[in-house]
Design a binder for this molecule. Structure first.
Ligand SMILES: [Zn+2]
Length: 305
């Protein structure tokens, strides 16, 4: 599942490609992937042909003015009138091909035997065609993601954009802000606490594992038990790991693909995530794992206290 660094990578790469690009047509191959208005969508949502028609008609001829991120939501601004909200959820992919790249082949899965394919594929559900001949493809194997078209006024009413904690990579997320957050849910274990989006936005299973390894803190520690030195290391770890992951275009674990069709390379640098049973790269101990609310967290039993 994409986390902050992956969504940031998508936004950083799409912004220069989509900005000032005018929509010629939108082809919706699977109507249930799109919606109009701010309401939350059910995973059991029904295909809506009428909604798909309205989505297409509204977007035709509009120009994209910016691409932004809030938590794990991608916000495509349309000249101060509308916005398209894209949530990749588990397996969503946004892939952009310029006019001369349309016959390019890419590998959609970061696994050994994944064959290069042309787009669209069976998992392509929405295609944006731009007046300059470029195209943006929305793929989603498991179909949990969505594209939601809202007016600028409705943007303030979108439930998924409410109640998020601070953006950890922003400058105003300081150590004193972090200290204030640590007073909330202080009896929680630190790993699920880091993954709580109402406390800090955008950290999931991969990066909570890596941040805790970096800070030498065991994932089961209670938030309230952390000493000042540990809290400082944790704060530094959040900034360092997330920024480093953004610099490496995220982790292509499973099906995260960059808009260019290339993979993120941060997965090669993981110290503990997904490495249970293997040797710690630093101290040689066997990486252990534990379940946290159904998710597997991995850690080095010697270095993390
Ligand atoms: Zn170790």
């Amino acid at each position: 599942m994409p986390e902050l660094p992956e969504v940031e990578t998508v936004v950083n790469e799409l912004r220069p490609k989509l900005k000032n690009n005018k929509i010629k047509a939108v082809r919706i191959l699977l109507p249930k992937m799109v919606a109009m208005g701010p309401a939350t969508l059910s995973n059991l949502r029904k295909p809506g042909e009428k909604v798909a028609d309205e989505f297409t008609k509204t977007l035709k001829g509009l120009t994209i003015s910016d691409v932004q991120r809030r938590a794990k939501m991608i916000i495509i601004d349309l000249a101060g009138k509308y916005a398209i909200l894209v949530h990749l959820k588990m397996t969503g992919q946004l892939i952009f091909f310029g006019k001369k790249e349309l016959d390019k082949q890419i590998r959609l899965l970061n696994i050994e035997n994944s064959k290069p394919v042309h787009l669209p594929t069976k998992s392509t559900h929405v295609i944006f065609e731009f007046t300059d001949g470029s195209k943006l493809f929305y793929n989603d194997f498991r179909q949990f993601g969505y594209l939601k078209l809202v007016t600028d006024k409705e943007l303030l009413q979108v439930p998924e954009l409410q109640g998020y904690g601070p953006e950890p990579l922003e400058k105003h997320f300081t150590f004193s802000e972090f200290e204030k957050l640590l007073k909330r849910r202080s009896s929680a274990q630190i790993k699920p606490w880091l993954m709580d989006p109402t406390i800090i936005a955008g950290i999931g299973n991969i990066y909570s594992d890596e941040i805790l390894y970096c800070a030498k803190v065991k994932p089961t520690r209670r938030v309230g038990s952390l000493k000042i030195e540990e809290r400082k290391l944790l704060f530094k770890g959040i900034k360092k790991i997330l920024q480093n992951a953004v610099d490496h275009y995220g982790s292509s674990v499973g099906d995260f693909v960059r808009p260019s069709g290339d993979w993120g390379t941060y997965g090669l640098l993981h110290k503990v995530y997904g490495r249970a049973g293997e040797k710690c790269k630093k101290c040689g101990s066997i990486i252990k794992s534990l379940k946290f609310n159904g998710r597997t967290g991995s850690f080095c039993p010697r270095e993390q206290k």
